[in-house]
Design a protein around this ligand. Sequence first.
Ligand code: S3P
Length: 447
Amino acid sequence: MSAPSELRPLTACRSSALKGVAAVPGDKSISHRALILGGLAVGETEISGLLEAEDVLNTAKAVAAFGSEARREGAGVWRVRGTGVGGWQEPADVLDFGNSGTGSRLMMGAMATTPISAVFTGDASLRKRPMGRVLQPLTLFGAEFEAREGGLMPVRLNGARWPLCIDHKVTVASAQVKSALLLAALNAPGRTRIEQGALTRDHTEKMLAGFGAEIAVEPLESGGDAITLMGQAELKACAVEVPRDPSSAAFPLVAALIVPGSDVLIPGVLLNPRRTGLFGTLIEMGADIVVENRRTSGGEEVGDLRVRHSVLHGVEVPGIRAPSMIDEYPILAVAAAFADGRTAMRGLAELKVKESDRLAAIVAGLKAGGVAVETRGDDLIVDGWGSVPGGGIVETHMDHRIAMSFLVMGLASQAPMSVEDVSMIATSFPDFIELMQSLGAEFEAVV
Ligand code: S3P
């Protein structure tokens, strides 16, 4: 998506009890990966439950631009006919990934060991985000790139003609970087080893195994893990069922916790332990969240979440937990504002390079709503007193999660909260407003 030409403001008003079933959309991380691995596999991959939001649709377009076929067969049902690893062709045009760091970075990896060139760009938010963290290690495979000063998009990436396998330690706690390197390793002869100190989400590893790659994951004493992947792999098409996104579930879930009398069921949510840091943290804060019907679906843990309004208290959130809830800090900060006492969220440096500088955007949004908040280095400290004055207008900085978080805040604050633009919500959760309204949330258009 390019910069919104017209801002679409919206106001959230204090609502009565939220009730009902919140069927949130498919997981964004798994949706990107299903399209990309489908595009690299031999045969036809059938995906169900795909998130049909702008970020993922841009990845589908890019996969098609490299010569794979990605077609929609029905709501969330897609078929991808892959070219086989190493079979991608040079795209005829610039690839525009809109707002999506995941789509662009994973696709850089997926093409980096094939002797073709591609130009990557995105919207005003994505063009501010660091790409060097992916591009630099991709040069170890033999790829070359040109970027704007600071490793910014637009980027031209020339895939390696004679790729090499690598043994590399990823120092940034990023699943996108790890995944880009694993995707590049697919077409590099020999065994690639990628070590990471932080336990970031492992959907790429799981899905590669599901597509038949020779991959092994070994836990390290240091707390991280080491992944080895055999290159020049033949991936075999398979069926992928995408569970519902825990990062999207977080919004109706926190809304139900803070709006008195609420009782909401969120079915079929992905419960991969590397994604559930928010749920554990909220339970520590006193949240009434019950996991029902825990099961495995498509190689991932899934369950239904029953959430009721709760009295929350402040907690200490250690930095080591950040990778398992990296996208959830804006909405956790909102929950913390309604809690009693101090919530200290540690080690949030990575939040500064998301769709916006989220640390700054959270602080500004909470202050606009009259909440006591400060940063100390990379820590975020929120002092809650059980209720929130509200009444402010929040700048969203082209960041979907900032927009959704502060709309949720307005559903329980004393005075309404407005966000200056809701258009970016379409990048991850196109039906967010309608879904929240179906539970009883009250929004008013700003005229
Ligand atoms: C993602 C990884 C995370 C997350 C992003 C999705 C992924 O980014 O913020 O929304 O699908 O791999 P980093 O790995 O860069 O922290």
